[in-house]
Design a protein around this ligand. Structure first.
Ligand code: GLN
Length: 237
């Protein structure tokens, strides 16, 4: 049996658990899915999903739970165990945040107050878990387009034994979603892009992978479709 965890500090973790269980059953894979709130629970896991929700809230809870922030950082960057961040989860495994309003980029490890005593643009950045060499832009689509659905070609994500149609499309649900503003390393592979609603000539990166890490801007657990969970389990576990 392989144990896969879903970080359950805040956000859409229950839906991810159900999707992972369904996906494992379809693949005939012996997987136990557990909710993770403590370093001891994290230690049992061979892979981890970090759900969508509110990245600031998730990182605050992690900082207040004894040893949890360090345990998460070790899991992704030292032990290099398979980790998939979705939406807020993608923000948390990124290496920095670009604020498209102030056009300021802050990289992980930055203290919340800079040398001049000013607060950094995005305080979430001081408590990122890291692992993925990308800079993200939070809430990129703004108020007008708080949530929307975009069809993404599934074959770019990889394959699983249950997906045979090469043209298959996944209807991705975006909710106050971040985008990958910049990749910092050639190892980062782009899996999906969408058109920028404010500039149709521009493409926005909404799914990436790098080694043991995967990040998606959207919520793959908020529909009946378990295919991206199947691909993740096939590819990374
Ligand atoms: N806007 C949220 C954040 O910045 C992410 C939204 C989501 O996870 N659906 O954390």
């Amino acid at each position: 049996t392989q144990t896969v965890g879903v970080l359950a500090l805040q956000g859409a973790f229950a839906e991810h658990c159900r999707h992972l269980e369904k996906a494992a059953a379809k693949l005939h894979k012996d997987v136990e899915v557990i909710e993770v709130r403590t370093p001891t629970e994290l230690e049992k896991c061979e892979g981890l999903v970090i759900p969508g929700g509110e990245s600031t809230a998730i990182s605050l809870v992690a900082q207040r739970s004894a040893g949890m922030l360090d345990a998460l950082r070790k899991f992704v960057t030292v032990d290099k165990k398979p980790t998939w961040g979705t939406c807020a989860g993608l923000i948390l495994i990124s290496s920095g945040i670009y604020d498209h309003k102030t056009e300021k980029q802050t990289l992980a490890g930055t203290p919340e107050i800079d040398a001049h005593g000013n607060k950094v643009a995005d305080q979430t950045v001081s408590a990122l878990f890291g692992g993925l060499d990308v800079v993200v832009s939070r809430n990129y689509f703004g108020r007008q387009l708080g949530s929307f659905i975009a069809p993404l070609k599934l074959s770019n994500f990889g394959v699983s034994s249950t997906i045979t149609d090469k043209e298959a499309v996944f209807d991705a649900v975006f909710i106050r979603a971040p985008v990958v503003f910049k990749t910092l390393n050639d190892d980062v592979k782009v899996l999906a892009e969408v058109e920028d609603p404010s500039d149709p000539t521009k493409k926005l990166i909404v799914a990436v992978e790098q080694g043991h890490m995967m990040g998606t801007s959207f919520h793959p657990e908020l529909s009946d479709d378990t295919r991206i969970h199947e691909i993740w389990l096939s590819k990374f576990l």
